[in-house]
Design a protein around this ligand. Structure first.
Ligand SMILES: [Zn+2]
Length: 259
């Protein structure tokens, strides 16, 4: 699909809607203490996740797994997604060894399919997880939302290599460099996007969490807008994570990606 490269000031949202009763226990939520250890390489890496625990079975048996390569999409009538982060209050930023995650206290909502979802946290993957026409991007953010009836909506954003991204700067200064560390965040630290807008240009597909237990029922909305990130900024994420944290792309199977 024709992703439009727009300046970082353009709101970036990748949204995933997940039906996930136990969303708070999903590994997309860093507050969760995993019962079974998993990682991004070796014997506990992505190709083994499904065998590490019966709870992770969906990682190998699921047919609607994420991430994917967005290469074959069909045009559809996608409704705009209303996003309102105007009252966003961040709690903290943590390094949990798997990702760098910002936990949200309150104030972020999106409306998808006439349903409201509240932003719970967002976190980073480097390199990015979803691909576009086979191309990998250096960084991807997942904004994880949940509805009152525990469906999930994740809004994701891909970054392309380029100039320094000013909106990331305050957050970069707060990234805990070691696993297990966290820092409080102030009101000015989280300005990755416009606070209020309607997302119109995106691709959407049905997917899963990209970490164990790989729970399905997630509707992904991948923003077309791609802000830039500099080599130096990327280094900060990579030094903090100390390893790539991207799951390889998964087969589309019977799914269709709508754009
Ligand atoms: Zn993620």
């Amino acid at each position: 699909m024709n992703f439009i490269f727009i300046k970082y000031s353009y709101a970036l949202l990748f949204s995933v809607l997940v039906t996930l009763p136990a969303w708070a226990g999903a590994s997309e939520d860093a507050s969760h203490q995993e019962a079974v250890k998993w990682s991004y390489s070796g014997a506990t890496g992505p190709s083994h996740w499904g065998d590490l625990s019966p709870e992770y079975n969906t990682c190998k048996q699921g047919k609607n797994q994420s991430p994917v390569d967005i290469s074959t999409s069909i045009p559809g009538k996608l409704d705009g997604i209303k996003m309102d982060y105007s009252l966003l209050v961040a709690e903290n930023i943590i390094n949990n060894g798997h990702t760098i995650q910002v936990n949200i206290r309150s104030g972020g909502t999106i409306k998808v399919d006439d349903k409201q979802f509240s932003l719970k946290q967002f976190h980073f993957h480097t390199p990015g997880e979803n691909r576009v026409n086979g191309k990998s991007y250096p960084l991807e953010v997942h904004f994880v939302h949940v509805s009152d009836d525990n469906e999930l909506a994740v809004v994701a954003l891909l970054y392309q290599p380029g100039m320094t991204n000013r909106t990331l700067e305050p957050l970069l200064k707060k990234i805990p460099m070691n696993a297990g560390e966290s820092k409080r965040l102030g009101a000015k630290d989280v300005e990755l996007f416009e606070r209020s807008k309607t997302i119109k240009n995106y691709a959407r597909y049905n997917g899963s969490l990209t970490t164990p237990p790989c729970t399905e029922g997630v509707r992904w909305i991948v923003m077309r807008a791609m802000p830039s990130i500099s080599r130096q900024q990327l280094d900060v994420f990579q030094r903090a994570l100390k390893h790539p944290n991207n799951r390889p792309v998964q087969p589309l199977n019977a799914r269709i990606i709508i754009r």
